[in-house]
Design a protein around this ligand. Sequence first.
Ligand code: MG
Length: 256
Amino acid sequence: MQKISLNALALLLCACGTAAAQGYPSDPPKEEFKMRPEMTEFWEPQVRVVTPGNGTAAPSDAIVLLDGKDLSKWESAKDGSAPKWELKDGAMTVVRGTGDVRTKDKFGDFQLHIEWRAPEKVESQGQGRGNSGIFLQDRYELQVLDSYQSRTYSNGQAGSIYKQTPPLVNAMRKPGEWQVYDIIYTAPRFKEDGSVFSPARVTVLHNGVLIQNNFEIKGPTEYIGLPNYKAHSEAPIRLQDHGNPVSYRNIWIRKL
Ligand code: MG
């Protein structure tokens, strides 16, 4: 023990001697070593220019998934055929029983803008009222539901990550009015053995109000049972046919 201590003392003395020769850290720096403002600036790479859209219109680098003119960016999630949802007045509406639709393109990390509308005529309550859903990467459902003055389980209402977490607040407009989701999504990363390296994360604004703040998604959103990740790569955005005529419009996405 004593030998180690002596060695340590010798090292300390040596270090002190060196410091004395070079000047102590607390000495004022010599002029040539002083920090200048430009030492903490960098100019390359330059920041890419994006022209923002007017209001909720797509910015210049976005992929427009639905502009109300056609459904060319979408296909049936059942068999990849043309979607059977109705396109009318610039909006795409669920046709009951025709199944989910999904984008032809696949995505990893993204910013997604999507507008949706629950039917003005209220015909049911809870999960049967204006139910649809936005499946991020085909697996992780951000709930679409008419939760305006309508209760259901909290982690199943509009803006929930279905059965995983409720929205922070209920920012619903009335049924028949357009709702806006702005979604910032980070895809999960997987190790070579298929286990999770980092889970998916999502931030959501509902009508401009923060409702999900960098939430860590637990795995695919299940109706029954607990979520459990399975490795996957880039995947489509899928919209749910839950039997209610929910409409969508002005959908655009930016790859991150
Ligand atoms: Mg749903």
